[in-house]
Design a protein around this ligand. Structure first.
Ligand code: DX5
Ligand code: ZN
Length: 227
């Protein structure tokens, strides 16, 4: 298990007001978000469509923390540079979306961004074994990618535990994405996660005009993990 004071909460703007991203980001950062998670979907790799690189570029000046871009797109390689130029600090690609994920990770780092790999729920921990010396983040999908507000898939706790052991003392973040709330987050932190993406659990009950619930929701997760 990690030192819980180092756990990052990364709200997903997929659950924010789509007419108000700049203000939503500023509000959720003021309420204690550590990173901003941006879910890019292509309607092909996942059955939903969201943000292109121009949109990422437009929101970048509103982000004071870390822009964490999760690419749920296939093909992926030809878009990496555009998301890096849009200002992504971390770019995560799916291992299932790239036939040459090793090359994809090299391409992300070559653009100057930190490189993440995401694993769908059915993809085993062992799939990243030969990437461990070249990634900065492993994202464990604890729902099937495509939508916010889905139910947490419990089998991903054991996968996270395996990944933590495989990583050893390498400086790699384990990020959990999907279904994170005060009841599920402690399971993943105990298993070794240090970045928790949360969409609906952070944005519920609040708005730009009434942002305090964002802070209460973030604190509810922090309290649950003893952070
Ligand atoms: C799912 C996305 C997640 C999602 C999380 O494809 O990658 O980031 O927004 O949403 P919640 O926290 O509502 O499960
Ligand atoms: Zn995501």
């Amino acid at each position: 298990m990690n030192d819980t004071s180092s756990i990052k909460i990364a709200p997903s703007i997929l659950a924010a007001d789509f007419a108000n991203f700049g203000a939503e980001i500023e509000a959720v950062e003021a309420q204690g978000a550590d990173w901003i998670h941006v879910d890019v979907m292509d309607g092909h790799f996942v059955p939903n469509l969201t943000f292109g690189p121009d949109m990422c570029k437009a929101i970048r000046p509103h982000i004071k923390t870390v822009m964490d871009v999760h690419l749920m797109i296939a093909p992926v390689d030809q878009y990496i540079e555009a998301y890096a130029q849009a200002g992504a600090d971390i770019i995560t690609a799916h291992i299932e979306a790239s036939p040459h994920i090793h090359r994809t990770v090299q391409a992300i780092r070559a653009c100057g961004a930190k490189a993440g790999v995401a694993l769908n729920p059915a993809t085993p921990a062992s799939s990243v074994e030969y990437l461990l010396d070249m990634v900065d983040l492993i994202c464990v999908m604890s729902v099937n990618p495509g939508f916010g507000g889905q139910k947490f898939i419990h089998s991903q706790v054991e996968k996270t535990r395996q990944l933590k052991q495989m990583i050893g003392d390498r400086p790699i973040h384990i990020e959990i994405d999907g279904g994170m709330d005060p009841s599920t987050a402690p399971l993943m932190v105990e298993a070794g996660a240090d970045v928790l993406v949360a969409g609906s659990a952070v944005f519920k009950g609040g708005s730009v005009g009434n942002p305090e619930p964002y802070g209460e929701n973030i604190n509810a997760i922090r309290n649950a993990i003893g952070n």
